[in-house]
Design a protein around this ligand. Structure first.
Ligand code: ADP
Ligand code: MG
Length: 372
């Protein structure tokens, strides 16, 4: 054929569109888990249990005690199997793209208080994994279990019905994701080691465990009895850091606060003092309760520490930054790992000034103490 002939433009099939979108949002198992964690926190959960197999590629399961997912008129489903045809429940919609209980109009994005808003996470996962959901609300007499594929309810086995099934269960939601990327062989092959993916998962869970006050977390490998990570609901932030990163860090922490009305932010956290120095910076950053990355903030803080630490030494920093929602754009990255906000330079400068003061204060008091 003629290589110079223009190719005809064709619309991609919906299935291809969905798989492409899913691959952008869920790059690795930890991204799927991040979405599931955030959904559980959005649902008001105070208890999160996570089970992982083969770095999350074989199994990711998260059980929460949150509000559950609405299943209206469940009684009628029990009584008459045909009734579901005219019921408007949430379960059939759960995994369709752009269905959400959190955002109604575009303007809501300027004051979004929940982690989720696009209604894409569960849809994406259902396109690239086997997904099962068991959920129970406080006013329901039983839990409901359903299976999803490509955004829709499916039968768990051939010759079975796709309808949600009544089952026993506590209030809350359990999401089971199996065989992630089973139908995306190139992505599946790109994972060299499951332990590397497991490390990313533990890193993510430990970040949320530190940040989410009043929430208990546990994370373990499937089939093992010991927990890889466990934090009780009533643990203080300092306790959480000690449990996860050890007392070598937690004994050397300074409480940190910095706010500015002018730049529209408040921040608090725990940062290591000048006695603590390691090879690599631990930087746990939450902006408006989202775990995000910011190379700019990290670099500026590392520079601030450079004058206090021995050459090549790095700090531990947990920083929770709250920026007035209308100054923040959360919708700049498919995985929501970055956010943009106004007056970034000024905010970073204020935070670094405050850190410098905090580090300096400790230095003088120590010198003073050793002299007397
Ligand atoms: P989003 O979080 O952006 O709304 P998701 O695809 O992550 O989109 O979830 C779709 C909807 O499913 C949510 O809006 C919420 O109503 C419901 N949902 C998901 N996970 C849970 C959960 N763990 N508990 C209660 N409801 C949930
Ligand atoms: Mg979500």
């Amino acid at each position: 054929s003629d290589v110079n002939a223009p190719r005809r433009i064709q619309a991609l099939s919906q299935d291809v569109v969905n798989k492409i979108a899913a691959g952008e949002i869920i790059v690795a198992p930890a991204h799927a888990l991040k979405e599931l964690l955030e959904n559980a926190v959005d649902a008001g959960a105070t208890q999160l249990e996570i089970v992982v197999k083969d770095g999350g590629l074989k199994l990711l399961q998260i059980t929460d005690n949150g509000c559950g997912i609405h299943v209206s008129l469940s009684l009628y489903i029990v009584l008459t199997p045909i009734a579901h045809y005219y019921l408007k429940e949430d379960l059939p919609l759960l995994c369709e793209r752009f269905t959400t209980s959190k955002l109604k109009k575009f303007e809501d994005l300027t004051e979004i208080g929940t982690y989720g808003f696009r209604g894409e996470a569960l849809a994406s996962i259902s396109h690239i994994a086997h997904l099962a959901v068991t959920t129970r609300t406080h006013d329901s007499s039983c839990a409901w279990k359903s299976h999803y594929s490509d955004g829709k309810l499916v039968a768990p086995k051939p010759n079975q019905s796709a309808d949600p099934k009544a089952t026993a269960g506590r209030q809350g939601t359990q999401i089971t994701v199996e065989d992630l990327f089973y139908n995306v062989p190139t992505r599946r092959r790109a994972f060299r080691s499951t332990s590397e993916e497991y490390t990313k998962i533990l890193d993510l869970v430990s970040r949320y465990s530190i940040h989410c006050d009043g929430v208990s977390f546990s994370c373990k490998k499937h089939g093992e009895s010991g927990m890889a990570l466990s934090v009780p609901a009533n643990a203080s932030t300092m306790d959480r850091i000690r449990q996860i990163h050890g007392s070598a860090v937690s004994n050397e922490l300074l409480e940190f606060t910095c706010t500015s009305e002018r730049w529209g932010f408040t921040s608090k956290g725990w940062i290591s003092n000048a006695n603590y120095s390691v090879k690599k910076t631990s930087f746990i950053l939450f902006i408006n309760h989202r775990s995000v990355e910011s190379a700019n903030i990290k670099k500026a803080l590392e520079q601030t520490y450079a004058t206090f630490l021995p050459k090549g030494g790095h700090p531990f920093i947990y920083l929770a930054l709250d920026i007035e929602p209308h100054r923040l754009d959360v919708n700049v990255h498919p995985t929501k790992r970055e956010v943009h906000f106004l007056h970034e330079d000024e905010i970073i400068e204020s935070i670094c000034d405050e850190a410098r003061t905090a580090l300096g204060n400790v230095d003088t008091s120590r010198t003073f103490m050793t002299q007397t």
